[in-house]
Design a protein around this ligand. Structure first.
Ligand code: TXA
Ligand code: MG
Length: 325
């Protein structure tokens, strides 16, 4: 198991920065999920990220920066709508895919001409980037295809001693990954729904298009249908009759169900049906259910608005992961 160090310990962030400068890997908290970080400008360190996650090399990483000056070193120019979103929502759970400069190693972007960047809204992440004095490439700190970690111990469950250090900053405030936006010229395209609601983005830049998934042109190589999967089979449940007799079934629901007794375990994401609270609880609840050795997890979809879009996306992909097995 990797060493978990409270980010509030004196010298903890300086130590983590030194590990990154040496080409090591540090898991660190952001407001969305924990990231597995490496110096983005060190291709060998970045290669270790792919290795330890079991992540295919065609799936590019997000680069985290602390401010606009650092951003300017990585990207060529921002279309006006990208600039508007950056000004309004950074630091925050928004990732922008932008034309990259040559300094960004190909391994970070999987050879693409663009790089995904964001300024995270977490004091520990920002402090770590500043003390390292480098942009930090970081995917979510889980094994490829699995549930993203939203607290420090979950990072160790996922990756064990694959990294040199885990900085513990407590549970993540938002709980699902950032919203990823790509620009075709100035037109924003939604590559991944996430912690920032599409409605909020549209209030600034007008309609956001959801591109079709095509095999030939995977705009975002990471848009794999099967992802975020627990080990237990998971199915989306619309309250219909499913054959559960004799099976150990767990329920993942937004609000308390009418008939909880037919389930071995029930996880409620938010008593009041609050989607923000539900997002913060989603991945930890999935992890708890996954530990019970159930035959099946039934997951109720949530209202498809605001951050609910991201929750439904994660549930759908978790169920696609089950179908594949
Ligand atoms: O909230 C988050 O975004 C977290 C925290 C740690 O920042 N990170 C995260 O990273 O979720 P990851 O690697 O799990 O997801 C990155 C997504 C993937 O779907 C990837 O394919 C996409 O961003 N992506 C990265 N670079 C891209 C590029 N140049 N073009 C299109 N999509 C890209
Ligand atoms: Mg991920």
């Amino acid at each position: 198991m990797a060493r978990i160090l409270a980010a509030s310990e004196p010298g903890a962030i300086a130590l983590a920065a030194a590990v990154l400068s040496d080409g090591g890997l540090v898991a660190f908290p952001t407001e969305t999920v924990y990231g597995l970080g490496a110096d983005a400008l060190n291709p060998i360190a970045v290669a270790r990220i792919f290795e330890s996650k079991g992540r295919p090399r065609f799936d590019p990483l997000i680069v985290h920066v602390a401010d606009e000056a650092q951003l300017g070193e990585l990207v060529v120019d921002l279309p006006p709508n990208a600039l508007a979103l950056a000004n309004r929502f950074w630091p925050g759970p928004l990732t922008l895919v932008l034309p990259k400069k040559a300094v960004v190693p190909d391994i970070v972007t999987a050879g693409l001409a663009t790089v995904a960047v964001r300024i995270p809204a977490h004091p520990v992440a920002l402090d770590l980037i500043r003390q390292t004095q480098r942009p930090i490439a970081a995917p979510s700190a889980n094994r490829f295809g699995r549930i993203s970690p939203t607290y420090a111990a979950a990072v160790n469950e996922e990756l064990g001693d694959a990294m040199n250090l885990v900085l513990d900053g407590g549970p993540c405030r938002i709980g699902v990954e950032s919203t990823v936006i790509f620009f075709a010229d100035n037109q924003p395209l939604l590559l991944r729904p996430g912690g920032l609601a599409v409605e909020e983005i549209e209030a600034i830049v007008g309609p956001v298009v959801i591109p079709e998934l095509t095999e030939e042109q995977p705009l975002s190589p990471g848009r794999l249908p099967a992802h975020y999967a627990p080990r237990t089979p998971l199915a989306i449940w619309f309250g219909d009759n499913v054959a559960t007799l004799g099976k150990r079934v767990g329920l993942l629901a937004l609000q308390p169900p009418l008939n909880p007794r037919r389930f071995v375990a029930v996880e409620i994401l938010s008593k009041d049906g609050d989607l923000i609270e539900a997002a913060a609880n989603l991945f930890a609840a999935l992890r708890r259910l996954d530990r019970l050795g159930l035959d099946l997890i039934l997951a109720e979809p949530v209202p498809n608005r605001g951050i609910g879009l991201a929750l439904n996306d994660r549930l759908r992909r978790a169920s696609a992961g089950s179908e594949k097995r």
